[in-house]
Design a protein around this ligand. Structure first.
Ligand SMILES: [Zn+2]
Length: 423
């Protein structure tokens, strides 16, 4: 045996579990395994989780905050315009360097699988080349899945559809789209049809930015579900953002949710970004803008939380911390019940792993030995504390360590060391 992790608490609530690892895979999970291993790690009643998965990110834009200037209005549209100003200034070296820095942060946070959109509207496809290079460089420790994202719209931009197909031929994994940004509702619907048919014909997954708007009449998710169902793409199609659903008429939503479920379309909310960008045209009351997460979960739809942005034209903060994402999602969706909080943890682990189609993900015999030991007893405490990732393991090898968060108090008669955990 290469490694045994002892005394682990698992996300499903089991406690005092030992996990045995050999040749990069989990080979046994049980109470008090009698086996011995070359290396043993005592998890000491801490949560041992499969790694965090970010199903929605933009690695081509990350860490470019302030280049060439800061987003003054804070809106999505100014962010897109700003990105348009930045694009001609990008160099491959700078793109790779920023993405690699972000990937280092991700590893430190136990984030070992990322689906990143990459803008294909620059005819040079510089960002595509850069992120394919990054994908290769980080492959040993991060599963990086790329989505060909036509930021300027495949019908609105003259070369976007050609570029998207070029990007797929170069090795990009997933077909993207942005129907709400096309010139008209009809063009948006047409773009969904074109992209879904192209993906179905070529066996690709689909993940579109869909209805990232406060317009209650932006209903491209209906079209996405329709084509997903028609083309037999159940389980391979995702609608990202879906913020217009926040503002939709309740009666219409009551018809829409079963259609999404029937079509096997998954949803990705991006709580940090949605709460920041949406509702910007409102005075008061001001809409939150995040999609209807608890309602979709209750309808049997897979919902993940994505990070979307970290220090880029759209968002000035972020550090690759999926617990911060889950924490914000929990608050914005008011998912404060015990089971709802646990669902928020699944939305940054198991559910996005399913959306990405990751092989061997999870804590079961036969799965990859990709694990994170957190400074928390369970998933709810992990979210509450945005708990330190004490040890990050990939394929059975420790790849990152972080000290527990502790404070040394100088108060008479009080314990000197506290760790913010209820014990
Ligand atoms: Zn996005």
């Amino acid at each position: 045996m290469d490694l045994i992790i002892r005394n682990a608490n698992l996300p499903d609530g089991r406690t005092n579990i030992d996990i045995a690892i050999e040749s990069g895979r989990i080979v046994a999970i049980d109470h008090k395994l009698p086996a011995r291993a070359v290396q043993e790690i005592d998890a000491a009643g801490n949560l041992v989780s499969p790694p965090f998965v970010d199903a929605h990110f933009h690695m081509d834009a990350t860490l470019s905050y302030g280049l060439p200037r800061v987003n003054q209005s804070g809106t999505l549209l100014e962010g897109i315009a700003l990105w348009g100003e930045l694009k001609p200034l990008l160099t491959q070296d700078a793109l790779v360097q920023r993405a690699m820095q972000y990937c280092d942060w991700a590893v430190g946070r136990g984030l070992l699988a990322i689906r990143s959109h990459v803008d294909i509207c620059d005819d040079r496809l510089l960002a595509v080349e850069a992120l394919l290079e990054v994908k290769k460089r980080v492959a040993a420790y991060i599963d990086l899945q790329l989505v060909a994202f036509p930021q300027d719209g495949i019908l609105r931009s003259a070369t976007a559809l050609t570029n998207l197909k070029r990007a797929m031929a170069m090795g990009v994994d997933v077909v993207g789209g942005i129907p709400h940004f096309e010139r008209t509702m009809a063009d948006g619907a047409e773009s969904v049809k074109i992209l879904c048919e192209y993906a179905a014909d070529n066996g690709y997954r689909v993940d579109m930015h869909c209805d990232e708007s406060d317009d209650p009449l932006s209903r491209h998710i209906e079209t996405l579900a329709y084509h997903s169902h028609r083309l037999g793409m159940q389980g391979r199609v995702t609608g990202s953002h879906l913020t217009s659903m926040h503002s939709m008429d309740n009666y219409y939503v009551s018809k829409l949710l079963p259609l999404i479920r029937e079509a096997g379309v998954a949803a990705i909310a991006n709580p940090l970004i949605n709460i920041t960008l949406q509702g910007r045209h409102d005075t008061y009351p001001k809409r939150r803008g995040m999609t209807r997460v608890p309602e979709m979960l209750a309808s049997g739809i897979d919902v993940a939380f994505g990070q979307d942005c970290a220090m880029d034209p759209w968002y000035s903060l972020g550090s690759g911390d999926m617990l911060e994402v889950a924490h914000m999602g929990l608050h914005v969706a008011q998912m404060t019940g015990q089971e709802a909080m646990r669902a928020c943890y699944r939305a940054v682990t198991e559910t996005p792993a399913t959306i990405l189609g990751l092989e061997g993900y999870g804590i079961q015999v036969g799965c990859h030995a990709d694990l994170v030991i957190l400074d928390a007893a369970n998933t709810i405490e992990a979210i509450r504390l945005r708990a330190a990732r004490l040890t990050v393991i990939r394929r059975g090898k420790v790849i990152s360590q972080m000290p527990a968060a502790k404070a040394s108090l100088q108060l008479d008669g009080r314990p000197s060391q506290i760790n913010f955990r209820l014990s």
